[in-house]
Design a protein around this ligand. Sequence first.
Ligand code: HBI
Ligand code: FE
Length: 283
Amino acid sequence: MSTAIANPPPGAARDWTIPQRWAGYSQSEHRVWDQLFARQIQLLKGRASASFLRGLDSLRISRGGIPDFEELSDRLHKLTGWRVVAVPGLVPDEVFFDHLANRRFVAGRFIRKPDQLDYLLEPDVFHDVFGHVPLLSDPVFADYMQAYGLGGLRAITFQSLEKLARLYWYTVEFGLIREQDGLRLYGAGILSSFSESVFALDSDSPNRIRFDLERVMRTQYRIDDYQQSYFVVDGFDELLQQTAEADFAPVYDRLESLSDIAPDAIMASCPAPFELVLPEVWF
Ligand code: HBI
Ligand code: FE
């Protein structure tokens, strides 16, 4: 991890943002959004967390073409003070964290090609806006994302980014939440994926493990396949508490002496089924 901040590409502002240029989207780009939206919404009733579905509704994210970030931001800002800004693609960690710390969510403005609905190398507008933005309307989750950004800026000075990135991965991207009627999805990587939104809840193969900050920070992850372990929270306040209180320095210190955990491992000190979330075993 280098400490020098790369320069933004030509056409981007110093903070790496670019205009969305909403009027520049073609009909076929809007159709890709509509197709993806229709496919996901049908799957997600009964699978997505209540907060996510409420967010789609209150932000009026719909099957009506790619949202205009300005209009979307005006609605979101009224609810939780967040805005959505466009960036050209992946941005450096420190830029990403700085935006989160200031309640700005960076989103890709491009959309995947019609013949590649399930193939993505970089986050596009569907992943970023459909997957991430609805939960930013939840006040507790909105605070968690900001706390994560602040933690990120601190993690850079501790050189503990890898551990903090795992927290983002296993919560914001691939998190599960236990609600009254059962497990539900809240991770954007799952919610924006046609196949993983079924796999994450229905397949017998992955572990579903109760969320624990240190356990998560020790767990490696795969970027090339479905997750082999998902972590389950009882509510977003659990995330916020564990993130907001700490500058993580003591946590990083402790983790120095502990080994990493493989993506599919169950901890020997806390063996299955105790580490696993089963309908009948919850602790
Ligand atoms: N840039 N555009 C964009 N989107 C991300 O999700 C993102 C990023 N840069 C860095 C980054 N994520 C990581 O640091 C986080 O996954 C922790
Ligand atoms: Fe994402």
